[in-house]
Structure formats: C-alpha cells, structure tokens
Design a protein around this ligand. Structure first.
Ligand SMILES: [Zn+2]
Length: 700
C-alpha cells in the first residue's frame, strides 16, 4: 500500500493512494504507477540521441502563442498512433516505460534461465518470472489454487464468521470492503498507526455506481454487470445463476459506493484524519467485531489507528450486521476473489478481465504475456528488480547532475519565498523551515528491501503472488509500533514517475524517470530543466499546494499559516480551480478543477521554478543542436511541452477525468504556459494571444 499523501507527476498516480490511482485504476496507478503496456515498434527513433528539442514533433503551422501544445506536439501527434494494446500513448512516459520494460525483460529472462548475476535476490526474481511465463502450468491448475478461499467463503454462516474471514483475506493481501495498512499518524509524523480506509468496489470509483445522468456511466454499469456474470460462468455457474449473482454484486457494491467518501473529499487531509484507539474502534464502527477481525489479520497487538472514513466504516458495520444477507455476502466475496486474482488464472479469465478494461479504457488488444509478467514481478519484488536495473541503466555521472538540479530548484524556491509580498514574516519563517527539511531521494534506495521470508518457488504463479501479498501485509504490520522508516521508497527504481510525500516531507525521483527525453547527461541544460527540472519543481511545489501546505516541516498536519496569508492562498488557489473547471475536453466533459487542483498548482509552480533555475544555470548557454533556431528560453518551454505530448482514446480520457487528479496532457501544457509571462516573453506573444491569460493565476 502506498501512503495517503503521495503525489505523482505523471498522468498516473500512486497505486493504493487515496487518489484513485489509477494511474491506475482504482487505486491504481495505472496500476502501480505504470502497468501499462508499451509496444516496442512505436519507440521513436529520434529519441535515441537526446538532442533537446525534437523538431519532427513540432507543428509549425500553428503559432506557439495560439496553441502551444499543438505547436510543440502536433507533428508527433500526427505521426504516432496509439498501439492497440494501449489506451494512452505518451512521447516521454510511454517510450521510456517501454524501453525500461525491454531492459527488465532481458534481466528477468536471464534470471529465469539460472543466470542470477550478483543480484541479492536473483533466484527469487527468476522463479517468479518463470512461473508467470509458464502458461501451461497456469492452465493446468485452473481454479484449484483458489479452492481454500472458496471453501472458506462457502463456510461463512453469520456476521461473526464473515468478519473473521474478511480479516483473514486482508492478511492474504485480498482486502475486501475496507483496506488496512500501516501509515504515519497525521498528528504525529514520528508514529506509525493502523490505517483503515474505504474500499470494496469493483469499478474504479463511486461515481461509476451513483451517476445516473451521464449515459456513458449507465452504459458502463451494464457492461460491468455483464462482466461479473461472464466471469462467474467461467468459474462454473449457469447463465441464470451468474446473472442473478451479478445483480447481487451490483446491489452490494452500490451500497458500498453510497457510503464511500468522494474523491474530492479524500484529498482533504482533515477529512480523513480520525485517530482511534483499539478500545474505541467499536464505537466508530459498532457493527464490526473488531477483536475477531484484528486477530485474523494478525493485527491484534495494534493499539493506534486512523479510521480515514468513519461514516463508511459505520455503514460497513451495518451491512455486515444484517443489512446485507449472508448469502449475498458470499456472492460478493466469491466475485471479488475471482476479480482480484484474475490475472493469475487461466487465459479465459485473463481475457474476460481485459474485455472489461477495454470498456473502461478503450485498449484494443491485451499486452503480451511477457509484459504482464515483468509488471507482476515488479509489483511483487520491485526493489529486488531495481538492483540489476539500476546497474544496467544509470550512467555514473547521471546522479550527480540530477542532485545539482534539485539543489538549484530548491534555491529558486527559497528566493521565491523570500520575495513573496503576500506572506507575513512568521509564515515565511515556517516555509523556510519546511523547505530546508525536505529530503531528496534520487535514483535508487540506499539499501534494498529485505525480502528474506518471502517464499518464491517454481511451482505456481498464483501461489507466488499470494505469498508476495501476504509478505507485504506482514511487512505493513511489522511497521506498527516501531519508529518511522525514513529510508523506505514507495516506488521501485524502474518506475517512470516521481512523488512528493507530505508526511515524510521528501521528494523521490526513481532511476526510471531519469532518462531521455526527461533527462540526459548529454542533453542541453535548457531541455533538461524543461524535462526533469520541471518534474522536480512540480514535486517541490506539492509540498506547498492546497494539500501539502497543511503539513509542517516535520510532516505533521498542523496549521502554520497566518490568517491573512491563508486567505490569500485560498484566493490564488481558487483562480486555478476556476481556470481548469472551465476546460472542456470531450463533448461536454469538463475537467474537475477541485480534483486536479493540487496537480495543477504543482504544474504551474514547477514550470516557473525550473525556468528560473535554468536561467541561473551556468550550463544554460552550452551549445545545443537547435540553438540558433531557438533561444535557450524557447528550448526550455518546447522541451517541457514535448515531455507531455500524448494521445488518449476517448474512453481513456473519460476515465482519466473521472478518476485521476492529473489534467489531460494538452492542459498540463497550455494551462500553466498561459499563466507564465516568461513564456509570452520567450515567444513574443501579444497580450491578446490565446496563450496569454488576462486574469492570470499565480500561486507560487
Ligand atoms: Zn503531482
């Protein structure tokens, strides 16, 4: 599980965070911030030698002052198709991800053949990947590996046995109805508490159940009901029984959705901060037999909790206590057991699950098995896999250049805070303190995670996966009651993403994203700052966005803002909210300015900070292949925009707007650009140009 307040720069957010990860899908970073398929044939050859601006990606028939995204990306958009297995395709993220997956494939194929190199966990990596690739064994095993759980579900007879089973399923990594993990106490960032948060849905978000006005949502609900029924038929039910079961599943999940907190409210730390002792849990959610659940989840010694959504838990207790019949619960649990394990089951289940993903995202074909196995291995053994990946990919001088850039961007932020006219002195002092305490993690962890105790064999893919889930649950439980591990990483080093963590007050940039076109030691400073520099500025700004600013230098949820400064921040943030609420991206589909506020503030701040750092950089004037045609300032802005060139299928765009806190790619460029006077100056845009907003928003 990822912590609640982690923020990613990409279109994907962290899996398991309260933000629908989507990038992932219900909590889904795109699954894990990146389980997307990337076909190799679309790797742009022009990126092989990083040269800063990619001229072929431009559309010079459009004025940069009219539509900068189209100007910077129009050529790329015209010449690239979304690969059939994809629902989105990005010039930067997807291409790097694709390249990384090819590298990981080479590593894993060698480990599977027994060449474990000098890796700490080479054998486990090879065994895990090999069992995933062994489709014949997966087919032969059929549903048999799930039989122990199916039996437990059949044996549920009353609320007490149901509660106990929910605890056991949680311990097996199969959280249903609600989720449990370890997290920092919002009020005391030095303490770890048990985090109990809402869950239990099979569709990505509560709106998918409750929105009765949008025809597409109604259509998707029908597609989901069909999917549930079809999966149950594959598992042996008759048509009639499966259809009736699907109705039950929809009814139970709709009750869960109705009790769920909205995605907008989940972005507000104060709304999800409800500390509770173990003794007090029955008062928060009276219907749950907590002692029994905690014992089954191996958490009976945990004494401190945060119940993120108490109203949800109260409703869950009522549902367990009788509002939903035991027979209906059994149907629900059986469905979720199949759903959560479908990717480890025979092809007919995998294909059916893909058909549902298709309805959601528009992808045309399923990713090849090796890609799915690379992702599964990364999810189970990410840090073990990161070790050989980093050795293979990161140049020796790469890390030091990146460290220098982060320092330069932090220096610009310091200067900004010093000059902010709307700050009072005590808030300024507190902001300096917070900035000074930000920790940076770059490329890879100092020490890789200890995977001893995780049993990985050559016999069964699903057994390996469940062992990994159990191991992860044990790791979470083990954190409770101990000091916070400040060295932990929430993403594996091959991940093409980055994050800011408000409770640890740290920024993390995995090796996966420290690559061309975001960054190359040989690329000009202008485009490196427009690429990875802007990502760094984006993460840094998260520390001071509408959410991050509520945490102090030590990661505690504590107000450090003077009242007048606070009001002025709110005024500035609402300018950004209104700007994005006004954007229409598909038919009459508006961007959700509230959901995307933090990311949009971070985009705006990141663009500004990295530009100033580039200007201050001595390397700015170093020659670049496009200099002469472009100034360093223009290269910076084009480099930035080209980092976000992307295409989305209509379904994927809808999915993103409904669930993802990041704005669609064209707005991640034109949104911040049109608020940035340095851009207008660099391209000599007239004051009435489309890319120059009259009421420009300025937060940081
Ligand atoms: Zn972000």
């Amino acid at each position: 599980m990822r912590r609640a307040l982690t923020r990613c720069p990409s279109f994907v957010s962290a899996a398991g965070s309260f933000v629908a990860l989507a990038f992932v899908a219900s909590s889904a970073c795109l699954t894990a911030c990146g389980s997307k398929a990337r076909p190799p044939q679309t790797v742009a050859p022009t990126l092989a030698a990083p040269s800063g601006v990619e001229k072929a990606a431009l559309d010079t028939s459009v004025s940069p002052c009219d539509d900068f995204y189209q100007y910077a990306c129009g050529g790329w958009i015209k010449s690239h198709e979304i690969p059939s297995e994809e629902s989105t395709w990005y010039r930067s993220f997807s291409v790097i991800h694709d390249r990384n997956e090819e590298t990981l494939k080479d590593i894993l194929e060698a480990r599977a053949k027994g060449d474990v190199g000098d890796d700490t966990y080479g054998k486990a990596l090879g065994d895990f990947y090999a069992t995933c690739m062994d489709e014949a064994a997966v087919e032969k095993n059929g549903l048999a590996p799930l039989e122990p759980w199916l039996k437990s579900i059949r044996e549920v007879k009353d609320p007490a046995s149901l509660t106990k089973l929910l605890g056991k399923l949680q311990a097996d990594g199969l959280g249903m109805v609600w989720q449990f993990s370890a997290g920092q106490d919002f009020n005391d960032a030095t303490a770890m508490v048990g985090m109990i948060s809402q869950g239990g849905l099979g569709m990505p978000e509560r709106d998918y159940y409750l929105d009765v006005k949008t025809p597409k949502m109604v259509e998707l609900r029908a597609a989901y009901a069909k999917h549930v029924a079809d999966m149950l038929v594959l598992a042996g039910d008759t048509d009639v029984k499966a259809k009736a079961a699907a109705k039950v599943v929809l009814a139970v999940e709709t009750m869960i959705a109705t009790a769920s907190m909205s995605k907008e409210d989940r972005r507000e730390p104060k709304k999800i901060n409800h500390p509770s002792t173990k003794v007090n849990l029955p008062k928060v959610a009276p219907g749950v037999a907590w002692d029994s659940w905690l014992e089954a989840a191996f958490a009976k010694n945990v004494t401190s909790f945060n119940v993120a959504q108490p109203d949800f838990m109260k409703a869950a207790g009522q549902m367990i206590g009788g509002k939903v019949s035991i027979a209906d619960w059994k149907t629900y649990l059986r469905w979720h057991l199949l759903r959560q394990n479908a990717s480890e089951l025979p092809a007919r289940f995998v294909d059916e699950q893909f058909r549902w993903r298709q309805a959601l995202t528009g992808a045309k074909s399923i990713a090849p098995r090796w890609k799915r196995c690379v992702r599964a291995t990364d999810a189970a053994l990410g840090e073990a896999l990161g070790e050989p990946f980093v050795k293979k990919t990161l140049g020796s001088d790469g890390k030091s250049t990146v460290v220098g850039m982060v320092t330069a961007i932090e220096a610009v932020m310091h200067e900004n805070i010093e000059k902010l006219s709307w700050f009072d002195e005590s808030t300024r002092k507190a902001a300096f303190l917070k900035l000074g305490k930000i920790a940076n993690k770059i490329a890879y962890p100092e020490h890789i995670r200890d995977y001893r105790g995780l049993i990985v064999g050559r016999e069964s893919f699903i057994t390996n996966t469940i062992n990994a889930s159990r191991f992860e649950h044990g790791r979470q439980i083990n954190k409770l009651g101990k000091p916070v591990d400040r060295a932990e990483w929430q993403m594996s080093s091959p991940t093409v993403n980055a994050y800011y963590d408000a409770q640890l007050n740290e920024m993390v940039f995995p090796a996966g994203i420290l690559q061309s076109p975001f960054f190359a030691s040989s690329a000009p400073a202008s485009t490196n700052y427009g690429g990875i520099g802007m990502v760094m500025g984006h993460e840094l700004t998260h520390g001071f966005d509408d959410e991050g600013r509520q945490f102090d230098a030590d990661g505690n949820l504590k107000d450090w803002w003077g009242p007048a400064v606070n009001a002025e921040f709110e005024r500035r943030a609402s300018c950004v909210k209104n700007q994005y609420n006004d954007y229409v991206v598909l038919g009459d589909l508006h961007v959700n300015g509230t959901l995307t506020l933090g990311e949009n503030i971070a985009d705006l701040g990141g663009l500004k900070l990295a530009f100033k750092a580039m200007k201050a950089s001595a390397a700015k004037l170093a020659p670049s292949p496009s200099r002469g045609e472009f100034t360093a300032e223009q290269e910076y802005f084009v480099g930035f925009a080209q980092g976000w060139c992307g295409k989305l299928r209509d379904e994927a765009l809808r999915y993103q707007v409904a669930t993802n806190p990041h704005s669609p790619p064209s707005l991640r460029v034109n949104g911040p650009i049109s608020n940035t006077p340095e851009f207008a100056e660099a391209f000599s845009c007239k004051p009435d140009a489309k890319m120059v907003r009259k009421d420009r928003c300025d937060v940081w």
